[in-house]
Design a protein. Sequence first.
Lengths: 246, 239
Amino acid sequence: MRRQLRSELTKLTTTPTLAVVLVALVGLAALAVTLHAVGLSTSRLATRPDQRGIFIDVAINLGALFAALLGALSITAEIRSGTIRPTFLATPRRGTVIRAKALSVFAAGVLVGLVATGTVAGVGWVALDLRGLTIRLTASDYAQLLAGGALGGGLLAVVGLAIGTVLRAQVPSLVTLFAWLLFVENLLMDLPKVHRFVPGALAQALAGANRDGALHTPGLAAALLAAYTVVTLAAATAATSRRDVA
Amino acid sequence: MSDTPPVVAVEGLTKRYGGQAVVDDLTFTLDRGQITGFLGPNGAGKSTTLRILLGLASPSGGTAHVLGLPFAELADPAGTVGAVLESGDFHPARSGRDHLRVLALAAGIDPVRVDEALETVELTGMGRRPVRTYSLGMRQRLGLAAALLGDPRLLVLDEPINGLDPAGVHWLRAFLRTYADEGGTVLVSSHVLAEVTQTVDRVLIINRGRLVTDQPIGDFAQDGSLENTYLALTTAATA
């Protein structure tokens, strides 16, 4: 397992994919939080809950999406390029491969989460300050934003890996993740009692979200998101163990 | 009589997709030190057979064993079998050297083997460039380097000559001969019958999933009779 993990981490660091994802994320996160900070009226940016809410919303929406994409890519890119064949020849026990991928994408997802939340916190601070607003987030708000973003990123990367493993094809996997996280979860905001249990909302709850459609106990949110991760990963392992590789 | 299992033992191997048998009751064994050609028309079941042997696909019936075991149960798969199945199983943005490093790490192979394997296939100079800059022949050689990393006893090669220039073909032929003379076993599938005649010790011809011949290459003279036999067997069986 340790050998496979080192192999999987090396896969992540020997192509430009991770770097490209992080650069795109920084750009988008900076743009999104700046647009919020300059576009919204000051009455919606003045209080601590307002500011926290925007930072969490932007950072976690982007961080969760990019983490899930990275997770999916770690398997779909192998299938698409054909390297899944040498991977399974070197390690015929496919469960080992999937578990090692899960650990490596968890680490990458933590990094994605930190980059998303760090960028939003930093750029958001500057943007609000330039607008003459007092930043009302406390140190513990920032800590929860970063830690929650990191954990949420890690877990959602594993969910992305599971989706990619089950669907196998790259475009359907990425479209499914986009459609769910950006579209379906958005629609479900009209049903807050349901919405608070969807993965994106759970990731927001981890980071301290304090609105109707989010759980107010980060511990419970973490447990639920971890449960989703375990279940989807088990399904992915079962699917991949039985399938033929072309 | 030796108790050592044959290097490859395929027995009654069958694979069905839908109701259709693409491999149909296939039986053959391979012994040490032999180069065996695996021939057949497109769709005959060669690739499917190789994938089942390598644990990439599961059989509908029968068995395919390496040294008496299914591939997935080998204690050291990469140290036992090296395989090249497609000429393009690489991430285009990853360097050849990193591709080998990734596999060596997973298989627990000494990292020094990476540079040794690159040198064996004469790719040392290109090792640090991304694979998308490689010609087809270079990709074939990189695939072979990956197969050789674990210093395996069995090489399984699917169309390895595809994309090699005459010097490359000559090199591969000499390499496989030395490898077999030193006790290695080779199963090579190919469409290039003239090359097969020069390289292999034995010929298996498969058509529509069934083995239609298993003969030493010596049975075929250098005059094209392998081609005549191949065409006769693979068209007769479809009649």
